[in-house]
Design a protein around this ligand. Structure first.
Ligand SMILES: O=C(O)CCC(=O)C(=O)O
Ligand SMILES: [Fe+2]
Length: 361
C-alpha cells in the first residue's frame, strides 16, 4: 500500500527565493523549498487518501511513432490526457550526454554512478544549499537536476536543440495544437528517481503542475523498464480537474473553489489507478498540463538491475500570445524558473467543456 498523502498545509509558504529551503536552521537540506505550499493544489484532503499503486502503461493497436495523429490517438488523448510515441526521437548521442551530464554534476562524489549502494544512501545534510543552487535539490527520493540563469542546467544544446526542439516532437505538438509552437528555450532539467530501499514503503507524490503549458513531454533518455520510477499519471484526471481552475491554462484557483479542487483531486486518487510510463530511450509521452501526476516508484533495488531513472521534462505552448511572469507561484524569475512556458493574457475562463478550446484535435 502506498503511504497516505498529505499535501502540505496552506498558508505556510514563505517568500524565500525558489528552491531555497524554507526551513528552520539545521533541518535537513534535502527538504525542498516547497513552492506549492499555499497554492490551492496543495489544499489538504478532508480525509486522508491512499493512492492506488500504478500499473504499467500499455500500447494499443494504433500506437505508432508517426508525427501525425490518427483517430485512435486523438480519442485516447482527449479521454485519458496522454499519448505515447515510441522511438520518436533517435538521438543516442544527446541521450548519452544527458546521462553523463547528471553524473558529472554530483556534488562532492555523494553519489557514485558505479556504486548502487550510494543511490540508496540519502546524502541529507551533506547536499548543501550551495549544492542545491548549483545543481538542484534532492527531494522525495529524487534529484531534479537544474539551475537558474541563461546558461543554467536545462539550457544545454543537447537538451534544448536535440531533445526539446526535436522536429519530430514539435511536429506532434503542432498536430495537437494546429498552431505555431513557441520555440523551447529550456527544459526543466534532468530528473532522477533513485531506487527506494527494498524494505521502504512505496510512495507516490501526486500533484498538479501549473506552468501554463498546453502540452508537456517526458522524454526517456535511457531504457526504463516497468517499476523503475517511470513518470506516473492518473488517466482522465485532466478532464475532472479542468473546471476547478479559473482559466484554461493559468495557475489560479479562486478561494471559493479550493475545496472543490481538493475534493476532485481526492476522488481521482481514490477511483483511478495510475499508469506508469516505461519504455526505451527515445520514447516520448505527451501529457496534458492538467493531469494529476507523480514521479514513479523505483523498485529496481529489489532486482538484480538497480538503476537511477532519468527523464527530460519539456513544456510547449502556442506562439504569439502575451506572456506574463507569475511572481508568486511562477513560472517566472522567482518560482518555477525551470519551466519555459508562461501564463498568457489571452487565456480564457474555464467552462465545463472548453478544455481543448483552440486545439486541432
Ligand atoms: O520526475 C517525474 O517523474 C515527475 C516530475 C514532475 O512531477 C514535474 O516535473 O512536475
Ligand atoms: Fe509535476
Amino acid at each position: 500500500m502506498a503511504e497516505v498523502v498529505e499535501p502540505s498545509a496552506r498558508g505556510t509558504r514563505s517568500s524565500a527565493p525558489a528552491e531555497l529551503p524554507t526551513r528552520p536552521q539545521g533541518r535537513a537540506r534535502t527538504t525542498p523549498g516547497d513552492y506549492h505550499a499555499g497554492h490551492a493544489t496543495a489544499t489538504p484532503p478532508r480525509k486522508p487518501v491512499t493512492p492506488r499503486m500504478p500499473v504499467a502503461i500499455e500500447d494499443h493497436d494504433w500506437t505508432n511513432s508517426n508525427t501525425a495523429l490518427n483517430a485512435g490517438e486523438i480519442a485516447h488523448f482527449r479521454k485519458h490526457g496522454y499519448l505515447v510515441k515510441r522511438g520518436l526521437i533517435d538521438e543516442p548521442e544527446a541521450f548519452r550526454l544527458a546521462v553523463d551530464h547528471l553524473w558529472q554534476h554530483v556534488p562532492k562524489g555523494l553519489l557514485d554512478r558505479d556504486d548502487p549502494a550510494t543511490w540508496l544512501s540519502d546524502p541529507g545534510e551533506a547536499w548543501t544549499d550551495e549544492d542545491a543552487r548549483r545543481v538542484g535539490m534532492l527531494s522525495h527520493g529524487g534529484w531534479k537536476m537544474r539551475s537558474r540563469g541563461e546558461g543554467g542546467i536545462g539550457t544545454e544544446p543537447f537538451l534544448v536543440q536535440r531533445i526539446a526542439n526535436h522536429p519530430n516532437i514539435l511536429r506532434v505538438v503542432r498536430a495537437f495544437l494546429g498552431k505555431p509552437i513557441k520555440p523551447v528555450g529550456r527544459v526543466r532539467g534532468i530528473y532522477a528517481v533513485f531506487p527506494k530501499k527494498p524494505d521502504a514503503p512505496p510512495k507516490l507524490g501526486p500533484h498538479a503542475d501549473y506552468h501554463a503549458a498546453h502540452i508537456s513531454t517526458m522524454v526517456l533518455v535511457h531504457d526504463t523498464p516497468p517499476r523503475c520510477g517511470g513518470f506516473t499519471i492518473w488517466p482522465g484526471s485532466h478532464r475532472i480537474l479542468h473546471p476547478h481552475w479559473d482559466t484554461v491554462h493559468g495557475a489560479k484557483i479562486a478561494e471559493e473553489k479550493r475545496e472543490g479542487f481538493a475534493d476532485a483531486r481526492d476522488a481521482v486518487l481514490r477511483d483511478i489507478t495510475p499508469v506508469e510510463f516505461s519504455g526505451k530511450a527515445g520514447d516520448v509521452i505527451f501529457w496534458h498540463g492538467r493531469m494529476l501526476h507523480s514521479a514513479g516508484i523505483n523498485h529496481s533495488a529489489e532486482t538484480a538491475n538497480p538503476m537511477v531513472r532519468l527523464i527530460v521534462p519539456c513544456d510547449y505552448q502556442i506562439d504569439g500570445q502575451t506572456y506574463v511572469d507569475d511572481m508568486e507561484f511562477g513560472p517566472g524569475p522567482n518560482v518555477q524558473w525551470w519551466v519555459d512556458t508562461r501564463n498568457f493574457a489571452e487565456d480564457e475562463r474555464t467552462t465545463p467543456d472548453n478544455i481543448f478550446h483552440g486545439w486541432a484535435i
